[in-house]
Design a protein around this ligand. Structure first.
Ligand SMILES: Nc1ncnc2c1ncn2[C@@H]1O[C@H](COP(=O)(O)OP(=O)(O)OP(=O)(O)O)[C@@H](O)[C@H]1O
Ligand SMILES: [Zn+2]
Length: 708
């Protein structure tokens, strides 16, 4: 840097797994929130200006220069506050949060052009110059369509032969709405009451039964927002990638939108789709973005509303090692910081949302009937204790026959066995309960113990039933969907059937086949319960529910209720198609089964809220789970003890554990779990900031949704 010329110093956030921002210099003034290109760890990367800093010019030789200011719209102060807030709240490195916001290679995002004042020297440079002299192209296009090597492009960029073209930013196209839907009078009332809330931060819980037309309310809201502000962007978060295609199509049909203004954002996009979609989001041409949870972190140009569809769904929680956040909660945080409305939509709202309605002033809109007088399915409960065959009851087989004769469709639901299924006596059907809590104990193979994940009670395991005293009668029981598929094939060899589970290949294709009726029987795990709309589906068989009911999670009742209630909601969604559910179980007196049979959400929610309050669990209390890992069992345990030893004991925080984590060994690392429990008002981030030990083998999860 020359003496005398003015130099400015900036703190810049880069999209790498780093906790802090980094100082760079530039000769001109750059506004906060501007996207720039810098070199970090010898790699070119996008970065965002966080703030200016004072720096001693004599030390300037230590500081790298910003490579260039990118021709992209500047981000707001609110966006930076949101990055910092989500970093602080979740304990995720700020660079890691930013990684979810951007595409790292700026020259992949904007088009490239040849610098006219540079004379090409080598043959490859001449070739590149000829290609780019009169047009700008994306990096991938130069590579794929003209066969130029990446190294050549990079060198040309470094040496200043190429620069980023600013014609990448196209004008925002205006949105024309061709409406093709009419709200029912119930839907219209809800929408009219909601309208006034759509101009500021308003957390809205849209609580409508399955098939009530919540998606139609989304249409009306989108239309309303776009009519108010024609440059507005709206984000709809969806829990399952396979549902995204369907919702995009429904919105396009209802509002007459083309592909240009509606885009998807999820991990299944190709590199070039990602680049194109990201750019449309940043420059503001994309107006309606349908995304998976990470879309909440994108740098929108003018975001005016967020909808979280199926807000109760636990797949909104990202729980990777050292990197966990709840997409729904981050959406609420973003809406608050940006002062925009957020709609949390579900037929089975999370208990957090129910709590927030009661105690935090969240707005509550209820729709209690299905659209067009469609009726809720009739539920018939079958006691499996008296059935000769284990999996498929006679009633169910009979109903499958009747349904197929009517040319309607069937779903058979069973969950794959989890990693720690419940312990069941095959003689007397006894299940092992915790002596202190109303939950089942889970079996841990590694330690050969049974464990309660509610109060952390544990006991050595012996294979003898405490109830009927039979030896070797205890089983860890599970019914795989493949077994059912085999059985269906045997009973109905000519009927097309398919398995749908989260590991199914071609999920989207299979769903399409169900939609167009070329598959008659679907055998599925929980994925099938999520938000699908199969008009011709009339029968649902719920198999082996016992294996599904219990797991190592204090939310098991809530989650299973949501799952089954949603599942049942898939049947009989159209007037004239009568839905029926056959619920097979061994324990008809169980509260979950009772509330499902009676279609009584309040029964279960009341029971569960009381239980949570009594046991000081969320939503009344908050928890943070800490997993401590080590290659040696005893070391992991000791490390956890040491960690707890550092935490000051205070009346406003309870420290539980350590106990072996539910999965006590993963990838040769032994795992111990510690639980912190505190009131929502307790400043856990501050407490951890002060006392937590940072180590890549200690994982902190704020508001965990399970304890795996
Ligand atoms: N106003 C309407 N006009 C025409 N069809 C409607 C209307 N409202 C709802 N429907 C139809 O009713 C069915 C259920 O609507 P939708 O999928 O929006 O329900 P939902 O509340 O989102 O249900 P779920 O929670 O089960 O996903 C769909 O087939 C939808 O097209
Ligand atoms: Zn217990």
């Amino acid at each position: 840097m020359h003496k005398g010329s003015h130099t400015f110093y900036y703190e810049i956030i880069v999209p790498f797994n780093v906790k802090q921002s980094f100082t760079y210099l530039y000769e001109c003034k750059i506004e906060i929130g501007t996207l720039v290109e810098v070199e970090f760890n010898k790699r070119k990367s996008i970065g965002i200006i966080l703030c200016t800093v004072d720096y001693d010019d004599d030390q300037a030789y230590k500081v790298q220069s910003i490579l260039q200011v990118l021709p992209l719209p500047r981000q707001s102060k609110e966006f930076l506050s949101f990055l910092i807030a989500s970093n602080t709240y979740n304990f995720i490195a700020i660079g890691k949060v930013f990684q979810l916001s951007v595409i790292r290679n700026a020259h992949e995002i904007t088009k490239l052009i040849w610098n006219k004042d540079k004379i090409p020297k080598s043959t490859v440079q001449k070739k590149l110059c000829n290609i780019l002299l009169n047009q700008s192209l994306y990096n991938v296009e130069i590579k794929n369509e003209y066969g130029i090597q990446q190294r050549t492009i990079d060198n040309a960029l470094c040496e200043g032969y190429l620069s980023l073209s600013d014609d990448s930013i196209t004008e925002c196209s205006s949105v024309t709405i061709i409406r093709d839907y009419v709200l029912s009078s119930v839907q219209n009332d809800v929408f009219n009451n909601m309208k006034t809330l759509l101009h500021q931060f308003s957390p809205i819980v849209l609580d409508g039964v399955t098939g009530s037309g919540k998606t139609l309310i989304f249409f009306a809201v989108i239309e309303y927002i776009l009519l108010q502000d024609s440059d507005a962007q709206l984000l709809i978060l969806i829990p399952e990638i396979a549902l995204i295609v369907n919702i995009i199509k429904r919105i396009q049909d209802a509002l007459g939108f083309g592909d240009d203004i509606m885009i998807a954002w999820h991990s299944g996009l190709t590199e070039s789709q990602r680049r194109i979609n990201w750019q449309k989001i940043v420059v503001g041409t994309a107006r309606v973005i349908i995304g998976a949870r990470s879309a909440v972190f994108l740098p929108y140009k003018n975001l005016k509303l967020i909808i979280v569809d199926e807000e109760h769904d636990s797949s909104y929680k990202q729980t990777q090692t050292n990197f966990s956040y709840h997409g729904r909660d981050m959406a609420i945080l973003r809406a608050k910081i940006f002062s925009i409305p957020i709609i949390l939509s579900s037929a089975t709202p999370s208990l957090e949302s129910i709590y927030n309605i009661k105690h935090k002033g969240f707005y509550h809109f209820k729709i209690q009937e299905r659209f067009n007088e469609a009726q809720f399915p009739k539920i018939e409960s079958v006691n499996m204790k008296t059935e000769p065959i284990r999996y498929l009851s006679r009633t169910l087989i009979e109903n499958i026959k009747i349904t197929l004769e009517k040319q309607q469709q069937v779903i058979l639901f069973a969950n794959k066995r989890g990693f720690s299924p419940c312990v069941l006596c095959k003689e007397c059907k006894m299940r092992m309960y915790c002596p202190n809590c109303s939950v089942l104990l889970t079996y841990h193979k590694g330690h050969n113990i049974v464990l309660c994940h509610f109060c952390y009670y544990s006991a050595g395991f012996t294979n003898r039933c405490v109830s009927c005293k039979t030896d070797d009668s205890l089983i860890m029981n599970g019914l795989g969907i493949e077994k059912i598929s085999q059985e269906i094939h045997r009973l109905f060899p000519d009927v097309p059937h398919a398995i749908i589970s989260s590991d199914s290949k071609n999920l989207v294709d299979t769903i399409a086949k169900v939609e167009n009726n070329s598959i008659n029987i679907v055998i599925g795990t929980q994925i099938i319960a999520k938000g699908y709309n199969f008009p011709n589906l009339s029968l649902i068989g719920i198999l082996d529910i016992e294996n599904n009911i219990y797991n190592c999670d204090f939310r098991y009742l809530e989650k299973n209720f949501q799952l089954l209630y949603q599942l049942i909601g898939r049947a009989g969604r159209v007037k004239g198609i009568e839905g029926k559910v056959i619920l097979q179980s061994y324990q008809q007196e169980n509260i979950l089964i009772r509330s499902i049979i009676n279609h009584d959400r309040d029964l279960l929610y009341k029971h569960e809220l009381l239980n949570r309050e009594k046991h000081k669990m969320p939503p009344y209390y908050r928890i943070t789970s800490i997993i401590v890992r080590s290659p040696k069992d005893i070391e992991a345990y000791q490390k956890a003890i040491d960690l707890i030893g550092q935490f000051p004991k205070r009346p406003d925080i309870q420290i539980l554990g350590p106990i072996p984590a539910p999965v006590s060994k993963i990838k040769n690392l032994f795992r111990y779990s510690v639980l912190l429990k505190y009131k929502a008002s307790f400043k856990i981030q501050q407490y951890l900031q002060e006392w937590a030990v940072y180590d890549r083998n200690i994982i902190y999860v704020i508001d965990p949704i399970d304890f795996i």
